[in-house]
Design a protein around this ligand. Sequence first.
Ligand SMILES: *Cc1c(COP(=O)(O)O)cnc(C)c1O
Length: 327
Amino acid sequence: MTAMVTLPDIEEARRRIAGHVVRTPLMRSQALSRQPGAPVFLKLENHQETGSFKLRGATNASLCLTEDARSRGLATASTGNHGRAVAHAAGTLGTRATICLSALVPANKVEAIRSLGAEVRIVGHSQDDAMREVERLVSEEGMSFVPPFDDAGVIAGQGTIGLEIAEDLPDVALVLVPLSGGGLASGVAAAIKERQPQAKVVGISMERGAAMAASLAAGAPLEVQEVETLADSLGGGIGLDNRLTFAMCRDLLDDVILLSEDEIAAGIRHAAVVEGEIVEGAGAVGIAALLAGKIRPDGPTAIVVSGGNIDPALYRQILSSIKTGVA
Ligand SMILES: *Cc1c(COP(=O)(O)O)cnc(C)c1O
């Protein structure tokens, strides 16, 4: 029996995090609605507090802790949207957060996390070194680790996006979800498959270094080499000891689509120029998959636009070039 997060967990998460997170809009895209009977909608998590959906999972996981555990503080090791979400959740829930980072993390990212009121601890020269410090904070100081994706509370929190989509678009036929560690895709698919069983849920990653896609193809969690990509929030592994998200993605996703860097850049530009939305690479992959013709909606479609935190210099470069990649 595969351990799964199910609809009641997600409904409970929704009650728990209400008031701490934004119920984001589902906006119809005129430009992407090209087939009759197949309107396309954007679920705008770039409008979420902290600029990404990660706040949902981080807030739910933190609220699942006992009051005593929460009061001893939250710890994690992410430089990106998850670190930002944990720092913000700690502030709104009245506790403290320690974010462990390696010395390689750029100063502006360190400052961004500090400015949310979290303590930043610089340790070692790799993500593994930073994670070892998190483990020490947990075992020696009793702090609580908030994992980025492979955690029932995190998955249920991300799944609240699926509940909102099913409510706003009851006849949804297709949901496109960005896919990295799979917390988002697992939660959204668990909610959608129960609320609207005939709807398809498709995960989308970049061609460069997609660990979940490679693991699903191999039938077991795999390590892949991490490479630079415009969808930087989709980088990183799924953990060789993955407990939940590998099995949930394997059992619940109908398909996985991979995108080139040029396709992702086109998605970012479309979001900006046509939809008027600032969207980071990871958040633009659903739009990009439609634009690239890699999937054709044949019914009402919801695209999860997962975040908007993009480096300003990179953003200007993408918007000012007709074709661009990282290289
Ligand atoms: C973390 C993240 C994802 C991927 O979420 P997973 O749960 O790791 O699959 C997608 N988009 C953005 C903006 C993110 O920050």
